[in-house]
Design a protein around this ligand. Structure first.
Ligand code: GLN
Length: 258
């Protein structure tokens, strides 16, 4: 009998401890929601992985982390092909895509975009020793490398007689140019400028003017409630000066003038 009482007492104590722990948990901050973010990290300085690192670095990565903080959410970034981002949003595999993605009417049919967060455009990059290509007009019938599913790929597709090769990553795109597998690359101007500054200028150069006025937007599944939340966070970051700080960190004044 005594044994039984002791066992009951012990049981009560255990239950009490468990309940106590539960109570403690309740007092702690509500668990943060996780936001699954997709990107394609060969697009420096917007998204890239440093050599031998799996960490995501760049302007977009800082921006989405700051937005996540404002939304009281944990940002979980994952790597995928650029052309896989929109299908992944639609399938619900990711909540957000941020990848220097230009807002286009075509894409707007499939997904929702945040307010524009960066003004961009396209340029032609050729090898330094190329003296005949001065602009896109000289690319007729030439070989052009692009990243698959990008606005650069669309632009290249409109060049008369050009043979366009689409690669999964921009690393391959630039390598193909360096190896002289193609005559030119069509890519976003800030990414081309960064590539040249990071050492690409030893073998490559930008020719002609910046083409197309494109704006980057953060992408969401159509009808997602997150779009308004992210827009509010983005507006707050503009107001507080945090956006400007990030812009300065990644582009500086010199880059602004380009
Ligand atoms: N801005 C271009 C586009 O949206 C390229 C983006 C990228 O290569 N990450 O198509």
């Amino acid at each position: 009998m005594k044994k039984l009482l002791m066992m009951l007492l012990a049981l009560c104590l255990c239950a009490g401890m468990v309940a106590g722990c539960g109570g403690g948990d309740k007092k702690a901050a509500a668990p943060q929601k996780a936001l699954k973010v997709g990107t394609e990290p060969t697009f420096a300085p917007f998204e890239f992985q440093k050599k031998d690192s799996k960490d995501f670095d760049g302007f977009d990565m800082d921006l989405i982390r700051a937005i996540g903080q404002k939304m009281n959410a944990k940002v979980e970034i994952q790597n995928m092909g650029f052309d896989a981002l929109i299908p992944a949003l639609n399938a619900g595999n990711i909540d957000i895509a941020i990848a220097g993605m230009s807002i286009t009417p075509e894409r707007q049919k499939a997904i929702d975009f945040s307010e524009p967060y960066y003004k961009s455009g396209l340029v032609v990059v050729v090898n330094k020793d190329n003296t005949t290509t001065k602009s896109i007009a000289d690319l007729k019938g030439k070989k052009i490398a692009v990243q698959i599913g990008t606005t650069g790929a669309d632009k290249a597709g409109k060049v008369e007689g050009a043979k366009v090769t689409a690669f999964n990553t921009n690393a391959e795109v630039f390598l193909e140019l360096k190896n002289k597998g193609v005559d030119a690359v069509i890519i976003d101007s800030p990414v081309a400028a960064y590539y040249l500054v990071q050492g690409g200028k030893d073998s490559a150069k930008i020719v002609g003017d910046v083409m197309e006025a494109e704006s980057y937007g953060i992408a969401f599944k159509k009808g997602s409630k997150l779009t308004a939340e992210a827009n509010k966070a983005l507006a707050d970051l503009h107001k507080s000066g945090e956006y400007d700080k990030l812009y300065q960190k990644w582009f500086g004044n010199a880059a602004k003038a380009k």
